[in-house]
Design a protein around this ligand. Sequence first.
Ligand code: NAP
Length: 203
Amino acid sequence: MKEENPRRVGIMGGTFDPIHYGHLVAAEAARAAFGLSEVLFVPNRLPPHKKDYPVSDPKHRYLMTVLATITNPFFEVSRIELDREGYSYTIDTLRALSAQFGPAVELYFISGADAIAEILTWKDVDELLGLCYFIAVTRPGYKLSVKLGHLQQKYSHKVFTVEVPALAISSTDIRKRVMEGTPLKYLLPEAVENYIIKNKLYR
Ligand code: NAP
């Protein structure tokens, strides 16, 4: 029998190159909006859609994610994709996590709206849609793409959106700022900023 108020766990998937306040505010907003008991950050190892351009060493992205989430008791970081060889397909992660949490727990995969808009192209999407709900986090003024609009219509009970003002911050902009030497302050946790400087990332 299905529980009336099942426990809900958020799975925050991303490349996090680097993690910033937009990601952290988005995870917290999703947690509050959907009554999630916790949010598990899952940095990917080899994003399947980024075969042609390099991302930073997974070790750095993992450590920055740990540093950024350490002060929030509802946040944890998982190594599940980092410890799995090959491309990081979300279906493999969701299969493992749903087996780990069991059928009484509902899983909510949280990520950027542009990423979620593409899920129909992801590996084994039908099975994926049976394993979790999706929360697409958007920036203010984000015009719902045709793809995401279509997804939401077709899977209205499975795909949700949450607007997050802090998502005006982006990893691409932060990497560009490091290259140009413009300030990073207040865009990401100080510990992550110091980690970037110490390890000479994004130069
Ligand atoms: P991406 O294409 O680099 O990002 C698309 C947009 O979403 C960017 O604006 C990005 O901003 C934002 N974004 C990404 N993750 C976010 C998050 N957790 N919270 C808020 N905004 C986020 O996306 P990605 O990081 O590589 O992929 C997102 C997730 O989808 C990952 O878990 C990835 O493994 C998964 N994925 C799976 C498949 C598959 O299984 N076939 C294919 C593609 C993606 P920032 O650059 O500022 O983060």
